[in-house]
Design a protein around this ligand. Structure first.
Ligand code: NAG
Ligand code: NAG
Length: 310
C-alpha cells in the first residue's frame, strides 16, 4: 500500500527532524481540544437546547395538526334513547370538534310522511348540539337508480324542516356514487347535486358529499360537489393506497377518508393513523368494525374522537 503523497511529506519531515537529534516540541493541543473551550461549548449547547430546542419541540408536535371534521355514517336505528349516546358523549367531550353526521332512516329518508316518533325524537336531540351537522343519506346505485327516486329522496329530506325547523338537514350524502365515467351518468350526478343546492328546505351550506369510495374518474368533477369520499376501505387497503391518495390534486378540504376494519391499536398509534389520513382529507372516520361497519359504534369510537384534531 502506498502512502498518499501529503502523508509521505509529513512522515519524512518529522523523521528528518528527529534524525537531527532535536527534541520535537510537545505538540500544542488544537484550539478546539482545550478543556475550557470544550466546557464553554458544552454549556452553550445546553443553553441552545433549553432556550430553543425544548420550546420548539413543545410547539411543534411530532405530527403536524390538521384540523379535521368527523364524518360519521350513522346507520343506526335509535331503538332506545341511548342508541346514539356515544355520539352525544363525544360531541359533549369535544365541543370544538365538528361532526358531520350522515343520517339514514331507511336506506334513505323513507316516505314523505316523515320518520317515526322514535327517530324524530333522536334527530331533535342531535339538533341540540352546535357541533353536529346532519346530512341525509341518498343511494344512487352507481348511477343506475331511477333519478326520479333520487330527486324524490332529496326533496323528502328538504321537507323535514317544514315539520320542525330543528329537523333541518344541512346537505345530502350520495352513497354508491359512480367512479367509472360515462357522460350519461355524469349528467345524472350533476342533476342530483344541483337539486341539493336548489333545495329550499335544506339549510346552511347544503353540503353535497359523493361517496364513490375510491378516486372517481376526473370526468365526475362537479362544482356543486363539496366533498368526495375517495377512500372507503379497510385499514389494510389504506396501507397499500395511501401513497396514490397523496397525489390527489384538490385541497384536503374536498376529501374524505372512511376507514373500517381498523385493528386494535394504542392511542398514539391511532393518533398517527388519523393524522396521516387528515393530512390529505379533512373529513375522516375510523372504525374497528369489520362488518356492518356503520350499524354500530366501533369499540374504538371514543379513542378515535379523542385523537382527531379539532
Ligand atoms: C323512474 O320513475 C318514474 C316515477 O316513478 C317513472 O315514471 C319512470 O318511468 C322511471 N324511469 C325509469 C327509467 O325507470
Ligand atoms: C320542534 O323541536 C323542538 C325541539 O328542538 C321542540 O321543542 C318543539 O316542540 C318542536 N315543534 C314541533 C312543532 O314539533
Amino acid at each position: 500500500m502506498t502512502i498518499p503523497s501529503h502523508f509521505q511529506d509529513w512522515t519524512s519531515s518529522s523523521s528528518a527532524r528527529s534524525a537531527r537529534g532535536k527534541i520535537s516540541p510537545a505538540p500544542t493541543r488544537p484550539f478546539w481540544k482545550r478543556p475550557w473551550i470544550i466546557a464553554i461549548a458544552a454549556a452553550a449547547l445546553i443553553v441552545v437546547i433549553v432556550v430553543i430546542a425544548v420550546p420548539l419541540a413543545i410547539l411543534l408536535p411530532k405530527s403536524k395538526k390538521h384540523h379535521s371534521t368527523v364524518l360519521l355514517p350513522l346507520y343506526i336505528y335509535p331503538k332506545t334513547d341511548s342508541s346514539w349516546e356515544p355520539l352525544h358523549k363525544a360531541a359533549e367531550a369535544h365541543p370544538s370538534l365538528k361532526f358531520l353526521v350522515v343520517v339514514n332512516p331507511n336506506s334513505g329518508p323513507g316516505t314523505s310522511d316523515g320518520v317515526d316518533a322514535q327517530y324524530h325524537a333522536a334527530l331533535l336531540k342531535l339538533s341540540t348540539f352546535s357541533n353536529i351537522q346532519m346530512v341525509g343519506y341518498v343511494r344512487t346505485g352507481y348511477g343506475t337508480r331511477n333519478l326520479s327516486a333520487v330527486l324524490s329522496d332529496v326533496s323528502i329530506y328538504g321537507g323535514w324542516s317544514d315539520k320542525n325547523s330543528s329537523l333541518a338537514m344541512h346537505g345530502i350524502f350520495f352513497d354508491e356514487s359512480p367512479h367509472q365515467f360515462t357522460e350519461e351518468i355524469a349528467a345524472y350526478m350533476r342533476t342530483a347535486t344541483k337539486a341539493v343546492k336548489a333545495s329550499a328546505g335544506l339549510q346552511g351550506p347544503k353540503t353535497v358529499i359523493r361517496n364513490p369510495g375510491v378516486v372517481p374518474n376526473a370526468g365526475y368533477a362537479d362544482d356543486n360537489t363539496d366533498i368526495s369520499v375517495v377512500f372507503e376501505q379497510s385499514y389494510t387497503e389504506f396501507q397499500t393506497l395511501r401513497k396514490d391518495l397523496a397525489t390527489l390534486s384538490e385541497g384536503r378540504a374536498h376529501y374524505s377518508y372512511v376507514l373500517h376494519t381498523a385493528p386494535v391499536m394504542g392511542k398514539d398509534e391511532l393518533r398517527d393513523l388519523v393524522s396521516d389520513m387528515s393530512a390529505q382529507a379533512k373529513f375522516v372516520f375510523v372504525t374497528s368494525n369489520a362488518n356492518n361497519y356503520y350499524e354500530s359504534f366501533g369499540t374504538d369510537w371514543d379513542s378515535f374522537t379523542d385523537v382527531v384534531a379539532a
